[in-house]
Design a protein around this ligand. Structure first.
Ligand SMILES: [Zn+2]
Length: 288
């Protein structure tokens, strides 16, 4: 694992530490290096080491594995503990809101836990009663604020109430709308509260013109990319089990829309991800 991670880390260090990329500045041509800021190693059938090897080969070198229940969050934390370039979140997905958040808070101080979530509202599936979805989302916003952690939001067919609850509880300084599926209007609302938006493989689907419009409009410093593996495989691997290696397809698609190079978009979205989750270059090089 050490050898596998050495080269990409060194290549990032050709940029000064802690410096955000400046658009329009001359950039060295180098290999794209992506950060998949939202995947679920705990739900993938593929072996984690094999998925990491495939990702490395595709230039995807850093990963955030996201918890959806208390048990799943514990599993995500232990995967992060075993792999240098994997970080974790702990949270309760709206699907599981009916189970409550007992046991969540102690997980937030575990090593490499950088966010609360994914949490939010899912009024498409309604797998938990809406009242419980709302209260469990509000409680997790409070935890993100209390522990100064990033907040990872899942919002489906519930935009108005998502923003209402955020307004009531307060917006954590580092808030991420994972798998953003809105158009320009919802993008504006995310930008008004200073949130990041993360694009998944859905942006590559021909059926998503409004989402593609949003991907063209979003300020580059507020944008991230993800796979949400094992779900939502992007074109050209749509329909297959997704894996973090495929985040480059998401990124390359957006780079093409934005008329920037894939390497540049990779560097910007990686820097954004590290800022959003409070991961430093030192964190990323420890032990590698
Ligand atoms: Zn997810």
């Amino acid at each position: 694992m050490v050898d596998r991670l050495q080269a990409p880390v060194a290549s990032l260090e050709t940029y000064p530490k802690q410096t955000r990329p400046v658009m329009g500045s001359p950039m060295k041509e180098h290999r794209a290096m992506w950060f998949d800021n939202h995947c679920h190693f705990t739900s993938m059938k593929a072996d984690t080491d094999e998925a990491l090897d495939a990702a490395q080969a595709a230039g995807v070198t850093r990963f955030l594995t996201v918890g959806c229940t208390i048990d799943d969050s514990q599993a995500a934390i232990s995967i992060a503990a075993q792999h240098n370039q994997v970080w974790a979140t702990a949270g309760v997905h709206p699907h599981s809101a009916k189970d409550g958040i007992d046991g969540l808070e102690p997980l937030l101080s575990q090593p490499k836990v950088v966010g609360v979530g994914e949490c939010g509202l899912d009024y498409y599936y309604d797998n938990s009663p809406r009242a419980e979805q709302r209260s469990v989302f509000a409680a997790q916003i409070d935890l993100a604020l209390k522990h100064d952690l990033a907040l990872v939001i899942h919002s489906r067919e519930a935009w108005d109430e998502t923003f209402e609850i955020l307004a009531t509880q307060g917006v954590p300084a580092r808030t991420i709308f994972h798998c953003f599926t809105g158009g320009p209007t919802e993008l504006d609302r995310c930008m008004e509260i200073g949130a990041y938006v993360s694009f998944s493989g859905i942006v590559t689907y021909p059926s998503a013109p409004e989402l593609q419009q949003a991907a063209q409009m979003v300020p580059l410093e507020q944008m991230m990319v993800e796979t949400d593996s094992p779900y939502l495989a992007p074109v050209p691997v749509r329909g297959k089990a997704n894996q973090p290696a495929n985040v480059r397809h998401v990124g390359e698609f957006i780079a093409n829309l934005r008329d920037v190079s894939a390497a540049e978009l990779a560097q910007i979205t990686t820097a954004n991800t590290m800022n959003a989750y409070g991961i430093t270059e030192d964190d990323a090089t420890v032990g590698s």
